[in-house]
Ligand binder design. Sequence first.
Ligand code: PEP
Length: 241
Amino acid sequence: MRKIVIAGNWKMYKTQVESLEFLQEFKPHLDETPDDREVVLCTPYTALAIMSKSMHNGRVQLGAQNVHWEESGAFTGEISGPMLTEIGVRYVIVGHSERRQFFGETDETVNRRLKAAQQYGLIPILCVGETKQQRDAGETESIIANQIKKDLVDVDQQKLVIAYEPIWAIGTGDTCETKEANRVIGLIRSQLSNANVSIQYGGSVKPDNIDEIMAQPEIDGVLVGGASLQAESFGRIVNYN
Ligand code: PEP
């Protein structure tokens, strides 16, 4: 069974105080959320521990935004799987386009992070997607197929979420046509050995397009940046019709 996973990616936004304020405002929205929807908040590292203590009923799962492949070591600025699981983190975003674009993330390091996440009991959310230039050049299918192939070498597909995030749609308000997102996600699925991997769409998901996105048969959830920062809009997204 494919699980519905709705995840917020807070990127480098919100202090601890702001995170707790969000949670207070967000919690009432969850009363209406059907049980079969997994709700995840991927907060900055600094907010994870305090958020974890305030979410003891487990209705919201916590996610981090990166993980290193080693358990510990001289890797300044990195964070390890055991450091995350110790404080109740369950998911981790791996290979987000902002990390690939600004921090030198490659398919090889993405693959190492994915395997480490699973080894330490985290569920990775692997992000793949093409640039506008690649789409215009008709390379979408080959770019995505290549990312999936390289990123998933020796990765356990039983403990994995994938997010199709066309880079040109992230933070731009320029959402991918829902049928097109559905088509690409279908292509991703055809490359997997496990048909039950949940595959999300990400890229300018908003309260006013979530219903149409989630009506698509191949789309199992969403990864949401900007619209996950306000309790009201993320509340509407988790409670899509
Ligand atoms: C993201 O950060 O993964 C994302 C999809 O951002 P936004 O929803 O703001 O486009």
